[in-house]
Design a protein around this ligand. Sequence first.
Ligand code: SF4
Ligand code: SF4
Ligand code: FES
Length: 548
Amino acid sequence: MVSNATAKVELTIDGQSLKVDATATVLEVALAHQVEIPYFCYHPYLSVPGNCRQCEVKVGSRQEDGSIRWMPKLQVSCNMPVAEGLVVDTRCDEVIQAQKNNMEFLLINHPLDCPICDQVGECWLQEHAYTAGMGETRFREEKVHMDKRVDIGPHVLLDKERCIQCTRCIRFCDEVTGTSELALMARGNHTEVDIFPGRPLDNPYSGNVVDICPVGALTLKEFRFKSRLWFLKTADSICPGCARGCNIKIWHRDHAIARLTPRDNPEVNKSWMCDQGRLLAPTLEAGERVREPRVEGKAVDWQEALDEAVSRLRRSGRPAGVIHPWSTLEEGWLALKVLAAAGEGGRPMLMALPAHEQGEDDDLLLRADKSPNRRGLENLLTARDAESASVADLLDRAVAGELSALLVVGEDLATLVSEEKLAAATAAGLELIVVASHENATTRAGTIVLPAGIFPEVDGTVVNFQGRVQVMRAAYPPPFLARTGAWILTRLASRLGDGSEDARPRDLFDELAAQVPAFQGLTFARLGAGGCVLPGGACETPASGSVG
Ligand code: SF4
Ligand code: SF4
Ligand code: FES
């Protein structure tokens, strides 16, 4: 028996014959096959109310004699199931006229304040007005005026006049967060979207309503009027805010994050992200950056800093390492290579992967583990038989004279142990080789400080809590004289005789995948847009990078 999920039907859209899943709708098939049908209220992860009417198409069924029996009225394609022999016309005069009529209704009370609207450049109303707008209005009456700049929550402002009542935001709060803060109030042309008195839109995912609002009715306070979209560049990356690893787009300008928005990955975050992740930028951009390489407090060039670091690591006989779970797989792999190459051999590498404070979690996306790559780094440590230790243990060994060099990648040790304990270890002769983005107690105590990049300046791969390997892409390079962690560590490893200093993150991933059993069968090229799950490397590639 063929299950419904795999059953296929044959239909024709604009003369194109297609074999498609029997459970799909006409709009889903059209979107998957690049047939353009305009729409507003449909969203792939929400229920289908069919209320905007912009997606109407002409539908008929092919008769035995080859003729087509058309349905008497146009149908909304978002709510029209496919069927064997269905014939769909998305371009005939009747459909184009229906789109124009609908647009005319939608624009009657619209304020047309595009020059001061933040949605310009990504407004669906504006976009469809270009293709199906009348070009001029026949409406001579006074428009209905509504409140603008309504503060409906800590992150979201509402402009009621711009709302086209598609109900996407309402359905998100009803169906995804289950918090139901928003509703349609009043009737007729006075219908407006609003919150209930005293109940702000303050759920931990409130920013998503801004992403899915097809017009400029909902805007994010933190991004409002910050930049026109066409001045921004984008990079597809992974949120480093927790072990979920939501797929995101970094919008940036002048080496700074302008906003973070979700990218579609049905297996990880659908097309949502939490407000904590969305608003990470101020935390990432706070604090003083390490500007140049230093040896014993003195600024030096990279050549000297790297040579000095190698000589101190080698001199120690058995250096140990500490790696922050924000580090990429490539940084972790390289740190292990550096320790192995600098050690005298015969004994396992000594490495700490510190536990950090757990945070908030829920049933939707947020994970208590705020480390984007703990699972990936654990795999590497196991594969290289590294002896694991706590930071406190390593510092005790230094005080006891058993450890004289510590490679610290991304961690501020003083957030894990007291500054006194750190000072006691350095006073006992422990040399700290610190790869760090920001100045902190560890860089101040560092013998050698190597300025490094941090998200979103870093290319590499991370493994989320599901075991999915995903690609993080840099939006812009690290500032001042800083370099990425992978750049620094490849040069240390190369000076110690392990590998070329020209290895790129993708080469390093392929190298580690060939040697670490959990990653076997994977290559950087296979990871694609959707990532691959460990072990075994099942990879899916989402159809598109973003969902409107
Ligand atoms: S505010 Fe935006 S998402 Fe909500 S109903 Fe209006 S147009 Fe739709
Ligand atoms: S759930 Fe986690 S990974 Fe996703 S956006 Fe929030 S902090 Fe980032
Ligand atoms: S998208 Fe089909 S009715 Fe709105």
